[in-house]
Design a protein around this ligand. Structure first.
Ligand code: GMT
Length: 389
C-alpha cells in the first residue's frame, strides 16, 4: 500500500520504546509514508532534523482542581479520534501497551458509532509486560486491550514467551526485533573527544539508560571499580533517572568519582559511543536492549547480564560476555579480559558491528510494513500485495 497513513502513539521520552517508535516513524517517512505522531510532547529524536512527511499531534491534558490525576488516557483517546478522522489514517501503531492499547480500544468504540473504523497494532516493549503490566492494578485492562489489538508484536523471542506465560493471549505474537540505522550509528573519528576524556590513553567504558532500578546502575559502578583497579580506565554515565544520585554517592564512597563522568541526558549518543571501548548493561530485566544495539553499531562490545532478550543480541565470547544478574565479579572479570589486550579488543569490536548489521533498519522495517499491509487488508477484507522496496 503506497500512500499509507500511519498513526504512531508512544512515550516521547528517552526510554527505549519511545526511541524505537520515533526511529520507526522516521524510517517509514523516509520511505514515503505519511506518519502522524500522537503523544504529549515532541518525541526526543524527532527534533534532530526536519521530516516533511512527519506530523506531530500534541495530546493536551487540561488540569482542573478536582483532578489529582489528570486523565491522560481520556485525552489520548480523544486525540486519537480527532487525528484518525481528520487525517484519514489507515492504521494506528501503539508502542508500549499501557495506556496506549486501552485508549485505542476506546477510540475505536467511538469511531464505530459513526461508521468509521481502523485497525490497531500493539508493540510490546518490555516493562509494559515484565514489570508494570503484570501488576494486578493493570493486568485485566492490559490483557483485554492486547487481545483487542488487530496484531501484536514483541521485540524479542524472550518477550513473546514472557507475555504468553504471564497473560492469557488469544492471538499470535509476531516477533519484530529492535533495529538500528547504521548510517547514523557508526563509529566516527572523534579522537579529539577521546583525548579530552582519556588523555593518557585510558580505556573508556560507557553506560546509557534511564537510571531506573531495573538498570542496576550501582552494579555498573561496582563493576567499573573492579576494572579500574586492573586497567587504567574512565567511565561515562549517560542518562538520568531515579538512581542517578545513589550511583553518584556510591562512586564517591568508593573513591572513583574522579574517573567517572555523569553526563546526564545526551542527544548525540553516537559521538560518545564512537570513543567508547566497552558498553556495560547489567539490567535486572531487558526485553531487547536497544541502547546496547546502538553501541554495537558503533563497534562497542558488550558486558551485560543474561536477563530477558539480551542473549539474543550479545553473543557470548564474541560480541562480549554475559553474567547472571548481580554477578558483578564475573562481569568485571570478563570486561578485564576484553580490555586487557589491544588485539583482542579489536576482534570484539569487529564482532560487535557485524552482529549489529543483522539488526539494520532495512532488514526490520519491511517486517512492520508487511504486517501493516496484512492487517489493513484483513480489515478491508481485501488482499495484501506487499513487495519490498
Ligand atoms: O528500558 C528502557 O530504557 C525503557 C523501555 C521502554 O519501554 O521505554 O525500553 C524497553 O523497550 C526497548 C525498545 O523496544 C527495549 O530495547 C528495552 O530492552 C526495553 N527495556 C526493558 O525491557 C527494561
Amino acid at each position: 500500500m503506497k500512500n499509507m497513513k500511519i498513526g504512531i502513539v508512544c512515550y516521547p521520552t528517552f526510554g527505549g520504546s519511545g526511541v524505537l517508535a520515533t526511529e520507526l516513524g522516521i524510517a517509514l517517512s523516509d520511505k514515503g509514508y505519511e506518519v502522524h505522531f500522537i503523544t504529549y510532547e515532541q518525541p526526543v529524536r524527532l527534533n534532530q532534523a526536519f521530516h516533511p512527511n512527519i506530523y506531530f499531534h500534541e495530546v493536551k491534558v487540561p488540569t482542573y482542581p478536582l483532578f489529582d490525576f489528570p486523565p491522560y488516557e481520556t485525552a489520548l483517546a480523544s486525540a486519537m479520534v480527532n487525528v484518525i478522522v481528520n487525517q484519514e489514517l489507515d492504521i494506528l501503531h501503539l508502542h508500549y501497551a499501557i495506556p496506549h492499547a486501552s485508549a485505542a480500544y476506546f477510540a475505536r468504540q467511538i469511531l464505530r458509532k459513526s461508521g468509521r473504523d481502523i485497525p490497531f497494532i500493539t508493540t510490546l516493549h518490555g516493562t509494559d509486560i515484565t514489570l508494570v503490566g503484570k501488576d494486578p492494578t493493570y493486568e485485566p485492562v492490559v490483557t483485554f486491550s492486547i487481545n483487542e489489538s488487530d496484531a501484536i508484536t514483541a521485540v524479542s523471542d524472550n518477550l513473546r514467551e514472557e507475555t504468553l506465560r504471564s497473560f492469557k493471549i488469544e492471538k499470535e505474537i509476531h516477533v519484530i526485533p529492535n533495529f538500528v540505522d547504521i548510517k547514523r550509528f557508526h563509529q566516527t573519528d572523534k579522537d579529539h573527544f577521546k583525548q579530552m576524556l582519556a588523555p593518557d590513553g585510558e580505556r573508556i567504558l560507557v553506560h546509557v539508560s534511564n537510571f531506573r532500578a531495573v538498570k542496576r546502575v550501582k552494579d555498573v559502578i561496582r563493576i567499573f571499580e573492579k576494572i579500574h583497579k586492573e586497567i587504567p580506565s574512565k567511565l561515562l554515565m549517560i542518562g538520568d533517572g531515579p538512581d542517578r544520585q545513589s550511583a553518584e554517592d556510591l562512586a564517591r564512597a568508593l573513591g572513583i568519582y574522579a574517573d567517572i563522568r555523569f553526563l546526564g541526558k545526551q542527544e548525540q549518543i553516537s559521538e560518545i559511543l564512537s570513543i567508547s571501548d566497552l558498553f556495560i548493561l547489567p539490567s535486572e530485566t531487558e526485553s531487547f536492549g536497544l541502547s546496547a544495539l546502538e553501541a554495537m553499531a558503533c563497534s562497542v562490545p558488550l558486558i551485560s547480564s543474561n536477563a530477558g532478550g539480551l542473549p539474543e543480541i550479545n553473543i557470548e565470547g564474541k560480541t562480549g560476555f554475559m553474567g547472571n544478574v548481580g554477578d558483578i565479579d564475573v562481569m568485571a572479570e570478563k570486561a578485564i579480559y576484553i580490555l586487557g589486550d589491544d588485539a583482542r579488543l579489536k576482534e570484539f569490536k569487529k564482532a560487535a558491528i557485524a552482529q549489529a548489521r543483522h539488526f539494520e533498519k532495512q532488514h526490520i522495517i519491511p517486517m512492520y510494513e508487511k504486517l501493516y499491509c496484512k492487517v489493513i487488508a484483513a480489515y478491508k477484507k481485501g488482499t495484501c500485495a506487499f513487495t519490498e522496496q
